[in-house]
Design a protein around this ligand. Structure first.
Ligand code: PA5
Length: 445
């Protein structure tokens, strides 16, 4: 199992104080299990790992097998919770230079519809001119502007490249069972579809077809992802004891720190492959907790790169920070630093050591320095980067987020704040139905 170590918080908050939160955190876990807290109609994710059937996984594997054989590239269209889970797992487990494996092995996953950059979509269609590709379009609401624009453009490109009939066979749509423009379009055009359950919000959807279909299509082991999550579900739903339930301990500790003025949590990694795990985590916690004027601000750094940029602030800036370090066990790719006779660079003291050992000492040295600098930290030990442990990690964060949000006193499962920009954007773009808003905006400009 992945392990959570909070001993480096005790210098700042006594362990007894955190253990004193046992009843509080247990009551929040109970609210999730008995589904009687705020947002309780969006808790389908909490027993998802134990409710996914073998038939559902087989249906996904069978469907994507057709696509895999004929695609060098898999374009996954989606934004927010409709892309970050797949992107996080894909990046964590892919070769760092995956573009070099184009035309080999499994299709390479590329994302679209997560921005509205003209350069991005134009460079993407230019690239797709030269490769065989298929599209997985994901939108729960089926009406989100960014992926809808990207899909319209790429659908036209796909039909231009292969003709309408073949293009349809190269598209899978993942959306609500009934509602939304994507569902209507899929029915009209005859795309293969998968459903996103009604009671699971975007940022909690990685173990639904939203994450599983693109990951299976790109050759990842979705059964191991689900198995890992299931282990964590069994552990975390069976017992609220802070000594046994790592998610309860994480939720309690971060809230204890927040109550003492530590308003920003930085998720730290020492493997740049984990960059998008942090982006996924930031959305999970930011969108779940940042409301009603409350919430721990989720930030992230990729070390050791960011030790040379953000390191100064973290060590020495305003003392409102705490860290959670994602600490990964040994990699299978051993690289040893060579001995050099002349030693002009003075590095022979490292000769014979693995790069990973140097990285681990950077991690330990930084943790110690940050404790001295009054930045308490927690450490999550991940034995290995694979689907199984990522499944554990993602479920761990999801269930912790539910408890933590309830401890903050917010509804962790809505996101009213994300509508504000959309209203203005639609009014500015002249979307029908936004005339009154448009007039108000004109007076402000
Ligand atoms: O977590 C969420 O609910 C959001 O981030 C959504 O996933 C995001 O806005 C995309 O929505 P949709 O899947 O409806 O296009």
């Amino acid at each position: 199992m992945i392990q959570l170590d909070v001993k480096n918080v005790f210098g700042y908050i006594p362990g007894s104080e955190i253990m004193g939160m046992q009843d509080e955190v247990a009551s929040k876990l109970e609210m999730l299990i008995s589904r009687d807290g705020a947002g309780n109609d969006f808790l389908g994710w909490s027993n998802l790992p134990s409710s996914i059937t073998d038939d559902q996984l087989s249906a996904i594997e069978t469907s994507v097998a057709k696509m895999k054989g004929k695609s060098d590239i898999l374009v996954v269209i989606g934004i927010g919770g409709s892309y970050l889970g797949a992107k996080a797992v894909n990046d964590a487990l892919s070769h760092s230079f995956e573009m070099l494996r184009l035309k080999h092995d499994q299709p390479v996953m590329i994302f679209a519809g997560h921005n509205i950059s003209e350069d991005y979509i134009s460079e993407l269609t230019e690239t797709l001119d030269n490769y065989d590709y298929s599209i997985i379009v994901i939108s729960k609401s089926g009406t989100t502007t960014e992926p809808a624009i990207a899909f319209r453009i790429l659908k036209e490109h796909l039909a231009g490249k292969y003709g309408n009939k073949e293009a349809v066979s190269r598209i899978i749509a993942i959306t609500d069972a009934e509602k939304g423009a994507l569902r209507t379009l899929a029915g009209y055009e005859g795309f293969e579809t998968f459903e996103i359950p009604d009671d699971i919000g975007g940022r909690f959807s990685v173990l639904t077809p939203v994450g599983l279909v693109p990951l299976a299509a790109s050759g990842f082991d979705i059964r191991q992802l689900v198995n890992g999550a299931l282990e964590m579900e069994n552990l975390c739903l069976s017992n609220a004891d802070l000594n046994k339930n790592p998610a309860a301990l994480y939720a309690a500790t971060r809230n204890a720190l927040y109550r003492k003025g530590k308003k920003i949590e930085i998720l730290v990694n020492y493997h740049n492959k984990l960059h998008y795990v942090a982006e996924w985590w930031k959305q999970l916690f930011g969108e779940s907790e940042g409301k009603d004027g409350k919430g721990i601000y989720p930030a992230s750094v990729d070390n050791s790169s960011d030790l040379h940029s953000m390191g100064q602030y973290i060590q020495d800036g305003e003392r409102i920070l705490f860290e959670t370090v994602l600490s990964v066990g040994e990699s299978d790719r051993a690289v040893t630093i060579p001995h050099d006779e002349k030693d002009m660079d003075g590095l022979n003291y490292l000769a014979g050591k693995r790069m990973d050992e140097v990285n681990k000492m950077a991690e330990l040295g930084t943790i110690l320095a940050h404790i001295d600098g009054n930045v308490p930290n927690m450490r999550i030990e991940i034995p290995k980067l694979n689907e199984y442990y990522l499944g554990q990690l993602m479920y761990f964060f999801e269930i912790a987020c539910g408890m933590s949000g309830y401890m903050l006193g917010v509804n962790p499962f809505n996101q009213p704040g994300v509508e504000a920009y959309k209203k203005n954007m639609f009014a500015l773009l002249g979307k029908p139905g936004y005339e009154e808003e448009s007039e108000k905006i004109k007076r402000r400009l």
